[in-house]
Design a protein around this ligand. Structure first.
Ligand SMILES: [Zn+2]
Ligand SMILES: [Zn+2]
Length: 262
């Protein structure tokens, strides 16, 4: 079964759907789903915006769960939050822990001020160095989320809009090699896959991850609205196939190959 492994519901303050809406949307498409509420410890603009009561989350979502509805969390990693993040990942019976970079150098990638006074090259290097530092730490997560998250918000247009391997080939390789060493798949996030330039920009990154020995990817819509559950998963699967990556999902923190019939 196809799984949408990334979405936000009741416990993500920026989400506009409830568990029941997401579950109905997944059922209607006959796909499995993993709810991955945001957990960003010490978020720069608001330290408690993406912190919630995880026990309550389980109490409310678990009765709705089964083989097709799983409980995950998206942990926003910062170099100084590793110990807290690991405690969260291991302190609860998640099916899936997604690791994300939402901040660099204590600055929120969503905020325009994040990029002020720096060149694009400095930002790319800072982003990759922060990613490398976090992945290298003693952590516990299952897949590396949305490598192109930064491209959603940074101010660069034209040829600078997408991340490019040639911007920092050694840093990309270090990041991918670390993920591969730690058996961490890379997520193909479908948020930007309606944009042909984004698809064209992402393919070389996923292909490089594969060329260095990476085998697996997860696919996720990052839905915050019910109508976005399952969105563009088929495009993500096409990209996975083009890169030679095998789509997987996680249940009880164990990797499972996704059976894809297309
Ligand atoms: Zn995210
Ligand atoms: Zn997300």
């Amino acid at each position: 079964m196809l799984f949408d492994t990334h979405m936000h519901c009741d416990y993500s303050c920026d989400s506009h759907m409830e568990f029941a809406d997401a579950i109905a949307a997944a059922q209607a498409q006959n796909i499995g789903m993993i709810v991955t509420e945001h957990w960003d410890y010490d978020y720069p603009t608001n330290p408690t915006a993406f912190i919630f009561d995880i026990d309550k989350y389980f109490d409310r979502l678990q009765p709705l769960c089964g083989d097709k509805v799983l409980i995950g969390i998206e942990i926003g990693m910062q170099a100084h939050t590793a110990a807290e993040d690991k405690k969260v990942a291991q302190g609860h019976a998640f099916d899936y822990v997604l690791g994300s970079i939402h901040c660099i150098g204590g600055r929120d990638l969503y905020e325009p001020t994040c990029y002020e006074g720096r060149t694009r090259q400095q930002i790319v290097e800072e982003f990759l160095n922060e990613s490398i530092a976090c992945v290298a730490q003693d952590r516990d997560f299952d897949s590396f989320a949305h490598i192109d998250y930064i491209c959603r918000y940074w101010p660069y247009a034209g040829v600078g809009r997408e991340l490019r391997l040639q911007d920092a080939p050694e840093l990309f390789d270090r990041l991918f090699r670390l993920l591969i060493e730690k058996n961490i798949p890379i997520e193909i996030n479908t948020r930007r896959l309606d944009d042909a330039a984004a698809v064209a920009g992402l393919l070389p990154l996923y292909k490089r991850y594969r060329a260095l020995g990476g085998e697996y990817c997860t696919v996720g819509s990052d839905a915050h609205y019910a109508e976005h559950v399952g969105r563009r998963l088929s495009e993500a699967l096409r990209m996975a196939a083009a890169c030679g990556l095998t789509p997987v999902y996680f249940q009880e923190r164990k990797m499972r190959i996704m059976e894809v019939t297309q």
